[in-house]
Design a binder for this molecule. Structure first.
Ligand code: KE4
Length: 427
């Protein structure tokens, strides 16, 4: 019988104790450490559909979805079978394989402005490559990013970043050379006037502007009308590149990119998470004339032992095929809205300092009454202690949310009406 209410954690705790001896903080990624929500991290043993099961036999409805990739839910049969089939033929060849061609044609079919693309093994790698390409293509050094956006852990991007840095209350990382950060310009998300001033001053030095077109690493912060269009106009006007980092939003809101949904064509796009179906992946793609700068055609080097890995691509290809066929997106959006409506109607009635922002199958429950939340300054008004209390209460009740106020929760195609109903009754 799976315990839910009186969650036991003896095995999780003993594993965490052992882990801390050999792994810094006991985790392989900081935001998993539960530092901002208190208590020890839960060790998961397996997932199935909308559920996660921990090592102490507790069962959870999962709204973290491995930070985004698991849009179909855990262990989707067809995806697992595709991985098994691919693995039986070998884990990796370090040589060209048919699935690389299949994935490239699939992505190009869903996102025509991905004229060419390169597959790598993580979102960080995709972003690193995109920025090196931008600098190599333009011959310029400066990069404009937005405070609170997170683009992976490449040195020069750990400046005013979101996600685990924001969660940990720091916005930049130690160990990053001042020279690496020197060429990073930072503006507030949605601050078009600041962007205009930065371009007026540095336009000719800016290689690229990189942005999460819908920000997920401050919690969910939406682009205001005109913000993305302004980035497109200004970057084009100064011959800088516009990079949409769609590691979260790619195939999250529709079987395509957010740029394609909005009709805004970036010069480069980075993808990850969903396009790997839960396996390690990143993709950088965009205008052919830029992509052709990549070795072996051009002078911008990038490489990877497991780039285009056949087993990872098998998971990604199957996932994308199912998304195109089943189109779960209206249902994901309906469920996220149901949760948001439940939170917001109760908080209005009881004038509580909490509200929920939703977009498609993404949502964040913010513990502040400040609305709208436009940028990283705004979200710093959140009561993270209240979020932590809420997180722990939900955990005890059998709901696994992302363990940070500054992350986005996700609905999967495996979530049931009943589960969403039950979760919504907590508000
Ligand atoms: P990875 O290197 O973690 O695959 O991707 C980096 C990345 C790039 N761009 C965006 C917009 C991202 O959100 C991410 C990674 N997201 C975080 C959570 N929001 C990953 C979770 C973690 O760091 O453990």
């Amino acid at each position: 019988m799976m315990k839910i209410g009186n969650r036991q954690s003896a095995i999780s705790n003993s594993l965490f104790k052992r882990a801390q001896r050999l792994i810094p903080g006991g985790v392989n990624s900081p935001v998993r450490a539960f530092k901002s929500v208190g208590g020890n991290p839960v060790y998961m043993e397996r997932g199935g559909g909308e559920y996660l099961f921990d090592v102490d036999e507790n069962k959870y409805i999962d709204f973290c979805g491995s930070w985004g990739p698991l849009i179909l839910g855990h262990a989707r049969h067809e995806v697992v079978e595709a991985v098994k089939k691919a693995a039986k033929d070998g884990m990796s060849f370090g040589a060209c394989n048919q699935r690389e061609v299949e994935m490239a044609e699939l992505l190009n079919g869903c996102v025509p402005y991905l004229e060419m693309m390169r597959m790598v093994s993580s979102g960080t790698e995709a972003v690193m490559t995109a920025l090196r390409l931008a600098r190599g293509f333009t011959g310029r050094n400066k990069i404009l990013k937005f405070d609170g956006c997170y683009h992976g852990h490449a040195d020069y991007l750990l400046v005013s970043a979101g996600s685990g840095l924001l969660t940990g209350g720091i916005s930049s990382s130690a160990g990053v050379l001042p020279s690496a950060a020197a060429d990073i310009l930072v503006a507030h998300y949605n601050d078009t006037s600041a962007v205009k001033k930065i371009f007026e001053k540095h336009g000719k030095e800016i290689a690229a502007v990189i942005v999460e077109p819908v920000a997920g690493n401050m919690g969910l912060v939406k682009p205001e009308a005109g913000f993305l269009e302004t980035l497109r106009e200004l970057s084009a006007g100064y011959a800088s590149l516009l990079i949409f980092d769609e590691v979260i939003t790619g195939f999250r809101l529709a079987p395509t990119t957010y740029g394609n949904i909005r009709g805004i064509t970036p010069d480069l796009t980075t993808l990850g998470k969903i396009v790997g179906g839960g396996m390690p992946i990143g993709v950088v793609g965009g205008k052919a004339e830029i992509m052709k700068k990549l070795a072996p055609l051009g002078a911008v080097y990038q490489a990877g032992t497991l780039s285009g890995n056949p087993v990872a691509l098998a998971a990604g290809i199957e996932t994308l095929k199912i998304l195109k066929k089943e189109n779960p997106y209206p249902r994901l959006a309906k469920f996220a809205k149901k949760i948001a409506d439940a939170v917001n109607s109760k908080s209005e009635k009881k004038s509580q300092k909490v509200h929920c922002v939703n977009e498609g199958g993404m949502f964040t429950i913010f513990f502040t009454d400040k609305k709208p939340l436009r940028n990283s300054d705004d979200i710093k008004c959140c009561d993270t202690a209240k979020f932590a209390e809420f997180f722990r209460k939900m955990l005890k009740k059998g709901y696994y949310l992302p363990p940070s106020q500054f992350e986005t929760a996700f609905i999967s195609a495996a979530h049931t009406e009943k589960s969403i109903e039950k979760f919504s009754k907590n508000f």
